[in-house]
Design a protein around this ligand. Sequence first.
Ligand SMILES: Nc1ncnc2c1ncn2[C@@H]1O[C@H](COP(=O)(O)OP(=O)(O)OP(=O)(O)O)[C@@H](O)[C@H]1O
Ligand SMILES: Nc1ncnc2c1ncn2[C@@H]1O[C@H](COP(=O)(O)OP(=O)(O)OP(=O)(O)O)[C@@H](O)[C@H]1O
Ligand SMILES: [Mg+2]
Ligand SMILES: [Mg+2]
Lengths: 226, 226
Amino acid sequence: LVRLAGVHKLYGRGDNRVRALDGVDVGFEAGKFTAIMGPSGSGKSTLLQCAAGLDRIDAGQVLLDGAPLHELSERALTELRREHMGFVFQSFNLIPALTARQNVELPLRLAEREIDAAAIDRGLAQVGLAERGGHRPGELSGGQQQRVAIARALVARPKVVFADEPTGALDSRTAREVLALLRGVVEEHGQTVVMVTHDPVAASYSQRVVFLADGKVTGELFEPTA
Amino acid sequence: LVRLAGVHKLYGRGDNRVRALDGVDVGFEAGKFTAIMGPSGSGKSTLLQCAAGLDRIDAGQVLLDGAPLHELSERALTELRREHMGFVFQSFNLIPALTARQNVELPLRLAEREIDAAAIDRGLAQVGLAERGGHRPGELSGGQQQRVAIARALVARPKVVFADEPTGALDSRTAREVLALLRGVVEEHGQTVVMVTHDPVAASYSQRVVFLADGKVTGELFEPTA
Ligand SMILES: Nc1ncnc2c1ncn2[C@@H]1O[C@H](COP(=O)(O)OP(=O)(O)OP(=O)(O)O)[C@@H](O)[C@H]1O
Ligand SMILES: Nc1ncnc2c1ncn2[C@@H]1O[C@H](COP(=O)(O)OP(=O)(O)OP(=O)(O)O)[C@@H](O)[C@H]1O
Ligand SMILES: [Mg+2]
Ligand SMILES: [Mg+2]
């Protein structure tokens, strides 16, 4: 479904130049749950952003169903993301002025799709926030905000969900509920999930773990157990 | 050093009213390392904000060395926080327009204390970011930003450090380095650390764990092991 071939990504210029991705070759199959692990600063978020077409790459190719993303116009790329991708950002990126419910509805509004109030209720309930739909992000705890971001990424049933440390702000019991939810969309709806995590328990919910260090893939593990 | 006696904290009005703290009695002794654990939304961040005088309480008292915080003026409270407290926020709260180095210097500037460039270098090196002092928060990964926030909270050697999930964005190796640093300021400099965490490994670095649920202290554990 998504493939990165020889991808390089550089930030900054001259002295401050940082090579975030250093020739990454990795593929993510449709209907599979993959985890990405690696030290802080190793390029995990950058890999996710490039795979979703949110960041321009400097060399190599990113292919979605065989078609190279970098040949698409900005408009076509945005269209594609709206139709087929869900994203949980490491810093949540919720809209402060909107309520939790409105934040969850946003992907459907942007894709000009019908908003089914019952589906939004279910989405909030699945992450344990049925009662809090009317609160804005500033009125929610860190973990509650993260769960709103997860509900938002899932609501439009995207082909592929990119999740950047989706359980980072959650206690272990709440985290297991969210991980079971992500595993569920893979097993029951055949969606694809690519999740960055530092937590070995979270990684154990995936079917494959890819390890990253200094912008390179250094290994992978199939059917991990915690 | 810091005591909360019968503390209640409510947010919102009418239907949306949320009771974040529901009669909390807890003390933090000088020179000790205490962890606070509990489910997402149970009141951990609120407890930390109220203990540091960053949030007004609705009932009860917060005492610092026996003196009630709520009797102090806003100015005196700010003065006290600048002199004696360090804070690592759950969402880092770095100033985007300042470099990592300038963010770390900020507590010293605000307290109108002399800035020792070597101390700032040491602070950044202790969290593994000696090379990144010239980068702004937007040019750093999630875990790197969190480490800048930790260096900032420690630089002025405050009597008490409040840290809200300081290893939430870190891989296990980097997290252990940060936890050893926090344990070090307690054992070597006699400072007090109060840390909210979801991670049992992080809690095992503390000398006591306080458990919170639905805004109430439900138990405590001394000398926890992972
Ligand atoms: N401004 C606000 N308005 C309404 N409710 C609020 C506000 N701030 C916090 N709350 C609520 O108070 C409760 C406690 O929040 P707090 O941030 O202390 O939780 P927490 O234990 O830190 O959770 P987490 O582990 O998710 O960070 C939560 O239910 C939260 O939604
Ligand atoms: N705009 C930027 N300018 C300069 N360097 C950057 C920029 N964005 C990211 N980087 C650097 O690229 C490297 C990879 O960053 P990335 O955010 O992908 O790491 P990560 O693996 O997600 O780390 P973490 O676990 O801390 O979130 C880091 O060294 C980071 O500082
Ligand atoms: Mg990251
Ligand atoms: Mg919190």
